[in-house]
Design a protein around this ligand. Structure first.
Ligand code: R5P
Length: 305
């Protein structure tokens, strides 16, 4: 069997290169041309191996879903037997139920779409609040979920030893508990009610906040209002510092300004979404997951010269 090939797109080359280096795979960028009318033309290598891994994060997902459709169908036509998608951030996972009659449950539809195209989907901290497993949302043969919490916990332990880890809502309890266990941090979780895209009400848990170093830990920050509101309450309660660590640095629009105005100190994230706040890389964990689904042994280390 020939070696697997990793495919990426120009805007995510840096992260894909880190993954290729960690897995010792060849990496090729999909050629992409945009016609004047907005349509896309993609070009893959003329010959593809039996196993192909596509690296595509699904932040700003709409056009990328079309790219994945074109790439996956073309790869199958070219004879690819096993297609794996590495999507460190999986978009459309938050619309997991119809809150009003007629609302489209995007999670199931996008999940089904990806499962039709790929044999394996590897992702990090997907937003699965009302379903228990990735397989329910993306019914693919090989679903793999990794977490950014351990790597963020290690970073926080170096930067703010002894900090209290705070989850801004009940859903974040899973990541906060995991991170706190790793280094023995104190931890707590807030209650949150969302009134709109940019409007949340948060209730801090009952703790002695005065003088404490607090790190807010969550799967993602989008508009930043969840973290900003928690930060304002912590500052009012006398916290000595409030920093933020998230797996997915969506930071839409003026989110960073919103955080700064609320009194957030440092903003840290994994490299699942390319962003200036990236401080920890998921590439080794992703490479191990890819090796697992491809069922290939790691390539032997090259001995030092
Ligand atoms: C929601 O459950 C997520 O874990 C985040 O808390 C949420 O998506 C953050 O959104 P925003 O930054 O727009 O408040």
């Amino acid at each position: 069997m020939t070696d697997p090939l990793l495919l990426c797109f120009e805007d995510e080359c840096a992260a894909a290169r880190r993954l290729a280096a960690a897995g010792r795979w060849a990496l090729t960028t999909v050629e992409r041309h945009r016609f004047p009318d907005g349509e896309l033309k993609l070009r893959l290598p003329e010959v593809l191996p039996e196993q192909v891994v596509v690296y595509r994060g699904l932040h700003q997902p709409n056009e990328k879903l079309v790219e994945l459709l074109l790439v996956a169908r073309a790869a199958r036509q070219a004879g690819v037997a096993h297609l794996c998608l590495v999507s460190p951030y999986l978009g459309y996972m938050r619309q997991d139920m119809a809150f009003r009659p007629g609302e489209v449950v995007s999670q199931r539809i996008v999940g089904g779409f990806l499962a039709d195209l790929f044999d394996a989907v590897i992702t990090v901290d997907p937003h699965l609040h009302r379903v228990a497993t990735l397989a329910e949302a993306v019914p693919v043969a090989q679903p793999v979920v990794l977490s950014g919490a351990p790597a963020l916990a290690d970073w926080i332990a170096q930067q703010r030893p002894g900090a209290l880890l705070l989850g801004p809502d009940e859903e974040s309890a899973q990541w906060v508990a995991q991170a706190a266990r790793r280094h023995g941090n104190d931890s707590a979780v807030c209650r949150k009610v969302r009134d709109g895209d940019r409007s949340v009400r948060i209730e801090l848990p009952d703790r002695a906040w005065a003088g404490r170093q607090v790190v807010i830990l969550d799967d993602m920050a989008s508009t930043g209002h969840t973290v900003a509101q928690a930060t304002r309450l912590l500052r009012q309660a006398g916290a000595a510092s409030v920093d933020v660590a998230v797996t997915h640095a969506l930071f839409a629009g003026d989110a960073l300004e919103v955080l700064q105005a609320a009194g957030v100190g440092a903003v840290w994230s994994t490299d699942c979404i390319p962003h200036p706040s990236n401080v920890v890389s998921m590439s080794d964990a992703l490479a191990a997951a890819v090796q697992g689904v491809l069922a290939v042994s790691p390539v032997p280390m090259i001995p030092p010269a």
